[in-house]
Write a protein that binds this ligand. Structure first.
Ligand code: G3P
Length: 252
């Protein structure tokens, strides 16, 4: 019932304090176990450390998502890259490459020891579900990736994923409206006490992030080129120019 709140509070971290949570549960504003954010988290979808450092300096970056394709593109050491990112942001998704549950679990344990900011990314497969359950039991934070349906979202949440990543851009590529999946997942989440956060992944344009915000999605992960577009608006530029021109006139 996130959108029913008439007030917005800015807090450093998205999860509200336990005392506040209790108050809101008592007053009926939220349900026990509900994944509740006072603000939308913005992640950068990249394996490029310089890009993370640049955007982290804006003061609005909450995390990073990487995947094997992004890591391969940069051609740098995976662990080193993840560790550098962990020094910049509080949440860094590092994806397992094993395809069987046992292998995923082994990698999950290893990655989680690298740094407390590591979130282990696990693909949405049956083996992945087993690994998610294992990680939940071990207290390892997870991000279930490659989610393309509400059924997959529910399975991942039940298996104990901390985050699920529905890929909207790839659904758009396949001729569907990817954001419709986010709408359906957010609708389903209202009925239950899932604490799993919904991360809008495979975003391709600012409109994806705007629609995600309007739906109350907990996180959006954004490619660098799209992140750089977010602060821009032609009327902002025109407005600044006019202010500057007028200001110059007072100095003549
Ligand atoms: O976060 C998932 C993302 O990296 C996938 O994006 O553009 O390859 O569909 P894309």
């Amino acid at each position: 019932m996130i959108r029913k709140f008439s007030f917005v509070r800015r807090v450093r971290h998205s999860k509200i304090r336990a005392s506040e949570r209790k108050l809101h549960i008592r007053s009926g504003k939220m349900r026990r176990g509900e994944a509740y954010s006072f603000h939308m988290k913005l992640f950068l979808d990249t394996a490029n450390v310089d890009q993370v450092a640049e955007v982290a300096a804006w003061g609005v970056l909450d995390g990073v998502t990487t995947n094997p394709s992004l890591v391969a593109k940069e051609g740098k050491d995976f662990k080193e890259t993840v560790l550098k990112m962990c020094a910049l942001v509080p949440c860094v998704s590092a994806q397992v490459t094993a395809t069987d549950a046992e292998g995923m679990q082994k990698q999950a344990v290893e990655y989680s020891k690298w740094h407390k900011h590591v979130v282990v990314k696990v693909p949405m497969t049956v083996e992945g579900l087993k690994a998610l359950r294992f990680c939940r039991q071990k207290g390892i934070k997870t991000n279930c990736t490659l989610v393309f349906s509400v059924a997959q979202a529910v399975l991942a949440a039940k298996a104990g994923a901390s985050i699920i990543s529905p890929f909207v851009g790839r659904l758009d590529d396949a001729g569907e409206d990817g954001m419709l999946l986010i709408e359906k997942i957010m609708e389903a989440w209202k009925h239950y006490g899932f604490t799993t956060e919904v991360l809008v992944a495979s975003t391709r344009k600012p409109e994806h992030i705007e629609r995600a915000a309007r739906m109350g999605a907990h996180i959006s992960t954004i490619p660098y080129a799209v992140f750089k577009q977010l602060p821009l608006h032609p009327l902002t530029d025109a407005g600044i120019k006019r202010f500057m021109d007028d200001w110059e006139k007072t100095r003549r």
